[in-house]
Design a protein around this ligand. Sequence first.
Ligand SMILES: O=C(O)CCC(=O)C(=O)O
Ligand SMILES: [Fe+2]
Length: 351
Amino acid sequence: MRNLALGRDDTLPVAPPPPRGPSYTVEADVPVDIGCIKVFRAESFPESGPSPWLDQPDALEIIDRRVARREISPKQAEICRHWEKHGYYVLRGAIDPDTIDEAWRAYEAAIARGDLTLAPEKAAADDPHPGRYLNPHLKVEELDFLLKHPVLMNFSSMVLGRPAIPFQTISSHKGSQQSEHSDSIHMTTYPLGYLAACWVAMEDIHAEAGPLVYYPGTHRLPYLFSHDVGISTDDFRERGYGAYVERYEPAIKHEIAEHGAKPEYFTARKGDVLFWHANLLHGGSARADIQRSRKALVHHYFAEGCVCYHDLSASTSAVHGPVENLPTCGASSPNIPVRDKIASSIASGIR
Ligand SMILES: O=C(O)CCC(=O)C(=O)O
Ligand SMILES: [Fe+2]
């Protein structure tokens, strides 16, 4: 079995304990009264740490100390050093092929039953594959199981330095050809950096299928938000992703060119998983052979205890539940609530 490639003795650890306080709240160095934030956009928040542990200037020393204290194994330390430098990691054979096949079969069966309907999203007239689907794990139990798979949860918790909270899934039969971006404009946190993503290969991924493209090291570039590229809240409300395509996407292409960032492509075997940092630039490469499928699941995980919001639309993330759940202005509570359903599923399944 290719499962648990890191081996039983080397099982990835749960997140290290929080540095301060009894709760898992990420205590921002610059506290903000969340209830008083009216517009959830990056410019409404101060610049503040703490950064996730692997983004800290002395991350390499912290890694060495944690190995010395046997909190992480030498193999985990190697993974953390790679993450610190490159902003991604490929875990080969992370999920065994039988689990992958079972999950994909269940997904196809749910589509055949009409439990979920995929838009065609044709890239050309002869495009044989259907489009992506957001949050299929809400309809297909086997995909929910994968989202909460201990190997994926533990890896995300390790790099975030906090317990990971599963947030969303995206399933795809084919390459997205999505322009390069940082996920932080779509899923933003305060403080910054408390998001991790992974891409699960649900079949072998061919170079001509339009594999995920990513740019190692770009996680260290400054975060770029709507405000930085001149997208106002009104622009997004009135024009939606039109403003994003016009202003944000070219700005990211410019960043990549200016810094001479070099692409890598995730050609994978079924069950391989690529994890990436909140700010690593990535996208869907061109589908050289439109007949080829590219079956995958993308998962996004937030770290417990941070504020999660959507910079583009200036709204809080569904991970917190309705906005009324947040502390009221003046309450200044350090405990940022997480929607009950998510919290209880983590409590029962993972911890
Ligand atoms: O699968 C892809 O091509 C891109 C997915 C992606 O960027 C994401 O879900 O964050
Ligand atoms: Fe993305």
